[in-house]
Each structure stands twice: as C-alpha cells, then as structure tokens.
Design a protein around this ligand. Sequence first.
Ligand code: 13P
Length: 252
Amino acid sequence: MKRQKIAAGNWKMHKTFEEGQGLAQEIRTMAATEVMPEAKLLIFPPYIHLQAIAKQLAGSGIGVGAQNINQNEQGAFTGEVSASMLKSIDIHYTLVGHSERRQYYNETNASCAAKIVTSIKHNIVPVYCIGETLAEREANAHFSIVEEQLSAMKGLSNEDAAKCILAYEPVWAIGTGVTASADQANEMHIHIRKCVANMFNDEIASGISILYGGSVKPDNAKSLFAMSDIDGALIGGAALASRDFIDIAKSF
Ligand code: 13P
C-alpha cells in the first residue's frame, strides 16, 4: 500500500502573530512551486495563530493543526481548548502526546487515549507522538516503552485506527542536534508497524503513516526518507525557517 508522505512542522511556543503570518505565507508560496504534490505539508502553530493561518492557507492543500487538544467535550477546564472549538475554525489535525506535554504537563498514555478518541469523533486527525527517553534506550527498554505508548490506540475500531498518523520522536533526539541514525529510526518504525499489526491488522499497519521526529534538518532528511518505513518527519527547529522546512519537504 502506498502511504502518504508527510512533512509536518511543529512550531512549539515560537512566533508572534505577525511572524506566524509571515512564515505561513512564505511556506505557501514556496510549496506551490517547489514541493511535489504527493507530499502533504502540515503545520502546527500555537493556538493564537490557528484561525488566521487556517484562513490564510485555505485552498493551498497545506493542513493546519493544533499542538494539543482537550479530551472533554466542554466545561470548566481553564486554559484548555476543545475539539468542537477547533472544528469551528476549520482545524483538522492535532498533535497528541508530544513528549514535551508528557514531560511538563503530565500527559499519560491514558489521557492520550482519550484525546485520540475525542479527536477522531470530531473528524480531527490525531498525530500521536511516541518515543523513549535516553535512559529508557540505555536500559534497552525502548521497544517496550513505545509498545506501551501505542496501547493508547487499543480501544479504537479498525476504521478509526486507520485515521491516525504516528510520530516516533526519541526524546534524546529532540532539539539536541543528535538525530537517530536512519537505521535506528527505521528499526523502531518497523517495530511500531508490527505493534499496529498486532493490535489491528496488517492492512492498517502497512497503510499508517509513521513520521520520524528529532533534529530533522535539510541535510539528514533524504537519508531518513529513503528508509523503508519512514514516511515523513515531524520537524521542530527547522520548521521555523521556511527555506529549511521546504527543503526537508523536497527530500522525499
Ligand atoms: P526538533 O526538530 O527541534 O528536534 O524537534 C522535534 C520535535 O519535537 C517535533 O515535534
């Protein structure tokens, strides 16, 4: 099965409103002439940008997503944003379980499971982020940790599981300049696909896009994308510069 190739930019907590508009415009202009149509671009700006950038990029084919979503429908959850709010401003993607949210905001596999269910219920595609810490890798626990994180998808129907995108981001490679080698990343992607096959079936496992994240740059994207099971990237730092982001998207 041919899987979707995806270059996704996670802006994290960067860019003022005006800077965000500028970056989105540059990405739109460059993507129109430089990026092959089979590559899907996604950007995940901070909340304050979402409505404006979704409007700005309407019709471009570039998807816009939130960096987080609340699992509840509505209510007294100060500071949080719901799926129906996102839908009401035309947002169709969200990150779930980014390691920074697991580390600083107590996200667990259980809260991620609920967020995945809520997203899908509202037709928002969850990009579910998983990955081990350095200590977990050194203890040789990386495969089992990732398998445990994937269990957040367990309750989904086959049909809903097929709607998810996965992102493997080893925590030790995020923002550190240390990338997993293409072989290390691919080895984990193959493991992830096996876990998905065990939870659902082979067809879903071979159709689901698995992105790699962690210090992806224009100069290492090609070797990562050449691997059998790496379908794209979730990019942090390099997604803040339009030239770098587009150059990565051109590396498929
Ligand atoms: P960097 O590309 O800056 O390492 O960040 C990766 C990441 O966390 C994307 O979600």
